[in-house]
Ligand binder design. Structure first.
Ligand code: 2HG
Ligand code: ZN
Length: 467
């Protein structure tokens, strides 16, 4: 170890795995945003809470910033290390620690992949219902850091609703066991909920107690084609009134175009403006057929497919879940916004007009989670445009969106977090008084400002690592 700070870390924690090869720095220093050039000091891969605590104490003494790291599937730059930080990867802390049947709790280490959590829950005849497309790579610790939402929020809520307890190593090196799996706990501030969504700025989540629930008896999946967004909202309300919806996801014809160009089979011979993939509890396709018939009769849908097998259900889901991957080659600039469910049609209509008028040279792809008011707005890079110009112009697009969101009482980040990408727009969603309180909370957990500095909001002027 040529860096004396790393030599000291190895002396303090001789068993700690450290990586310093340039390929490792490049791999662990970035997330799915490809905008920053990774340049961490090194990668630490702790195997225990004691090692994490040792790293945090060392970082305080040496004034080294830490970037907690899970599956690095984030889309807001929250796990980027571009300024000589030590990346603390939780990938070796990826085990189930216990299952408590009476409490229906699964205790896991934070580096466990979401999909592995799903499997572990199923092994006990239960489900952990938070779910989204990056399930195979993202980690539960990262899900906690951004309060990840996904495709089942309409039925089950966000990550925060399923975290019954968590263990945190704070920025000052204390180990806190927050809420310890209790259902009821009326004993003051719920620090666990502060940590969820804090994007690693308060400390490093090392373990979590996850609530599990009964699996649905069986489910049906339908793809619907719709003539307008207004019809789509009516379909949502009608289906929600009659069925137990566990997902109601929408995408536009542009999104379908890109997924099809990426290899998926087009579901219909004709093009329609909007599509919905919906899933609901039920053990017979008759309910789906009946619901579809009623919607067709009311002219709210124009076409549809009801999955007849698991394979067909997976193919229909792929049309929605494959969008992110299909768009990746166009280097999209991502926006992940939310407004109240009822405000979506006006927000969407106004914003489509605004973007079409101000940025006619951009292709904008819309999709998202209707049941919880979360819209993904991906702006694709025109091939001929320089990346730096594109990013600059997209910043102005986001400023426009932020203004519109402010008018509609919405949020600039629904489920991806603020990170580096959305930091300039935080004030459109949070008042100055709120941000000041957040900074104060951050200082209370992390007085030296070593935890993921410059993410969420700018670090204080005396930050250990310059912005
Ligand atoms: C999804 O809902 C994810 O598929 C990713 O949140 C959204 O790629 C995106 O913009
Ligand atoms: Zn999403």
């Amino acid at each position: 170890m040529s860096d004396p700070r790393l030599a000291e870390l190895s002396r303090l924690l001789p068993a700690l795995a450290l990586k310093t090869e340039s390929a490792d720095l490049a791999f662990y220093g970035r997330d799915w945003t490809r905008r920053w050039t990774p340049a961490p000091l090194a990668i630490a891969l702790p195997s225990s809470i004691e090692e994490v605590q040792g790293i945090v104490r060392w970082a305080n003494a040496q004034r080294v910033a830490l970037v907690p790291s899970g599956g690095r599937t984030g889309l807001s730059g929250g796990a980027v290390a571009a300024n000589g930080e030590l990346v603390v990867s939780l990938e070796r802390m990826n085990r189930v620690l216990g299952f408590h049947s009476a409490d229906r709790l699964l205790t896991v280490q934070a580096g466990m992949a979401l999909e592995a959590v799903h499997q572990a829950a199923l092994g006990h005849g239960l489900i952990y219902p938070v779910d989204f497309a990056s399930r195979g790579s993202c980690s539960i610790g990262g899900n906690i850091a951004t309060n990840a939402g996904g495709i089942r929020v309409v039925r089950y809520g966000n990550t925060r609703d399923w975290i019954a307890g968590l263990t945190l190593v704070t920025g000052s090196g204390d180990v806190l066991e927050l809420n310890r799996g209790l259902v009821k706990n009326s004993s003051g501030y719920d620090l666990r909920q502060l940590v969820i969504g804090a994007e690693g700025t308060l400390g490093i989540v090392v373990e979590a107690q996850l609530r599990l629930t009964d699996p649905p008896p069986a489910s049906q999946v339908m793809l619907l084609a719709l003539p307008s967004f207004e019809a789509l909202m009516q379909v949502f309300e009608r289906l929600r009134a009659r069925l137990t919806l566990s997902a109601f996801e929408f995408f536009t014809d542009r999104a379908l175009h890109h997924v099809a160009a990426h290899g998926a089979q087009r579901p219909f011979a004709e093009d329609y403006p909007y599509y919905v993939v919906t899933e609901f509890d039920g053990d017979s396709p008759d309910a789906a057929l009946e619901a579809f018939g009623t919607l067709l009769e009311a002219e709210l849908v124009v076409d549809g497919v009801i999955a007849q097998s698991q394979a067909q259900a997976a193919a229909l889901w792929h049309l929605r879940e494959g969008i992110t991957e299909a768009l990746a080659r166009h280097l999209p600039y991502k926006n992940d916004v939310s407004v109240r469910i009822g405000a979506m049609p006006r927000f969407l209509a106004e914003t489509q007009v605004l973007l079409g008028r101000e940025y006619p040279h951009f292709e904008v792809v819309w999709f998202g989670h209707i049941g919880d008011g979360n819209l993904h707005i991906n702006v694709l890079k025109p091939e001929a445009m320089e990346n730096a110009d594109f990013v600059h112009e997209c910043g102005r697009v986001t400023a426009l969106l932020a203004q519109s969101l402010q008018n509609h009482g919405g949020s600039i980040s629904a489920e991806h977090g603020i990170g580096l990408v959305k930091k300039p727009y935080l004030s459109s969603t949070r008042s100055a008084a709120e941000v000041a309180l957040m900074r104060g909370i951050r200082r209370a957990f992390d007085p030296a400002g070593i935890m993921n500095p410059h993410k969420l909001f700018d670090a204080d002027a005396d930050a250990v690592v310059p912005a």
